[in-house]
Design a protein around this ligand. Structure first.
Ligand SMILES: Cc1cc2nc3c(=O)[nH]c(=O)nc-3n(C[C@H](O)[C@H](O)[C@H](O)COP(=O)(O)OP(=O)(O)OC[C@H]3O[C@@H](n4cnc5c(N)ncnc54)[C@H](O)[C@@H]3O)c2cc1C
Length: 384
């Protein structure tokens, strides 16, 4: 009998997980009331293990590196099952500084990146402007990261969704409330939905809890306080369209610092540009001052953005954890947790999805996931 994977959550993590389970021969059911409506809908889509390196977060580096290496093959396999575009682009990333203090910051960051054995090439500002003539002549520092790529998360998630449906996945439009062990059989679990419907899962099947921030509301599988300490970290993000006469404004992702504020400018194949992103924990709506700051900083780095058509400002909630690492692990034989991907869920989706299959099928997983134990912040225990 074919084993069954029941995936809770249809953001980038749940959808890529569905795809990998299908590749491993599982029948897949996806439960989500509104797929691609969470963080994935708002994300920039940088696949940037190098430019996104953060100080004091060494445990993230191997996860990011490994997942970036898995991406080309994931894209290749997904596009065998769908004609929808993914927005995947491999032209690379330029890291830039806007003023003298930003140049100093970048010099230190480049040293740190090299110490982490990631590839980065310092450029003169003139070399950077030869590569991307739309960059401001006033930039103070630049470096090239050819291995940092990008995709359009909305497009890629839709392509994944299309691919998993084409391969026979069942989609249930409902919200999961609890995952419980069935009392008379310690090996069987029940997934209960808002509508009252229930799925029974036996020990040869697997449930994957991939509901982003929503995972913190799914109860029943632990005793005591919720083990997943998820919190929303909001990010404002903007989209503009470049007039045809100026296209392409840039071909690489421009990642930089303007008076110490981070900014990115991501060019898409359809002539639009994504500008992001803030990071704040106050309220979930696009904030006027954030929109102002992002536009001002982006225009300072790429002045031609002034000529673009403004399309949208949105605000998404990153599923944050206390140590910025995901919750990724098998909490019982047929229950896997895969959430809390915070700032890097688009990049880490390839590794997260592959790892879930490896856990479910008893294969060796990457040593990089060792610090991601879903119970590492818990005062609670597993409900058996
Ligand atoms: C502004 C911004 C910019 C970002 N930029 C980048 C970037 O450039 N690169 C990068 O790698 N990452 C980036 N991220 C982070 C990335 O978007 C997230 O880490 C990633 O999207 C998380 O994916 P997810 O599938 O876990 O969650 P989500 O995309 O939030 O999806 C969760 C899904 O679960 C469903 N759900 C919730 N509760 C339930 C339930 N009880 N039952 C059933 N379904 C449920 C929801 O409907 C939703 O569809 C960014 C995030 C933001 C907000």
């Amino acid at each position: 009998m074919t084993a069954h994977a029941l995936v809770i959550g249809g953001g980038i993590i749940g959808l890529s997980t569905c795809f990998e389970f299908q590749d491993a021969g599982f029948e897949v059911t996806l439960i989500d009331p509104d797929p691609i409506s969470g963080a994935t809908h708002h994300a920039g889509g940088m696949l940037a293990p190098t430019a996104e390196v953060q100080y004091q977060q060494q445990a993230l580096v191997p996860l990011m590196k490994e997942s970036a290496q898995l991406y080309p093959d994931l894209i290749r396999r997904v596009t065998q099952y769908t004609d929808l575009p993914t927005g995947y682009r491999t032209e690379g990333t330029l890291l830039i500084g806007a003023d003298r203090a930003d140049a100093q910051h970048l010099t230190e960051l480049i040293d740190y990146i090299k110490a982490e054995e990631l590839d980065i090439e310092a450029l003169t500002t003139r070399q950077a402007r030869q590569l991307e003539p739309a960059l401001s002549p006033r930039i103070t520092k630049a470096a090239a990261i050819d291995g940092d790529h990008q995709l359009d998360p909305r497009l890629f998630a839709r392509a994944l969704f299309d691919a998993v449906l084409a391969r026979g996945a069942q989609h249930v439009r409902d919200t999961v409330t609890t995952v419980t062990t069935i009392a008379e059989s310690a090996t069987h679990q029940a997934v209960t939905l808002n509508s009252g419907a229930q799925f029974e899962v036996d020990s040869s099947d697997v449930i994957i809890l991939a509901a982003g921030l929503g995972a913190a509301k799914i109860t029943g599988w632990f005793e005591g306080e919720h083990p997943l300490q998820l919190r929303p970290v909001y990010g404002d993000v903007l989209r503009v369209r470049v007039p045809e006469s100026l296209q392409p404004l840039t071909t690489r992702v421009i990642r930089g610092f303007v008076e110490d504020r981070p900014i990115y400018v991501i060019p898409r194949a359809d002539g639009t540009v994504t500008i992001g992103a803030t990071s704040r924990e106050d309220q979930p709506h696009p904030r006027t001052s954030a929109i102002h700051d992002l536009l001002r900083d982006a225009i300072r780095v790429v002045p031609g953005l002034e000529e673009t058509e403004f399309l949208e400002a949105t605000c998404g909630a990153r599923p944050g954890t206390p140590d910025d690492l995901p919750y990724l692990g098998q909490v019982r034989r047929s229950l896997i947790v895969s959430t809390g991907y915070f700032r890097h869920g688009i990049l880490l989706a390839a590794l997260g999805a592959r790892t879930a299959v490896q856990l479910a099928t008893g294969q060796q997983t990457s040593p990089a996931i060792a610090p991601c134990d879903p119970f590492r912040h818990a005062t609670s225990t597993l409900n058996v």
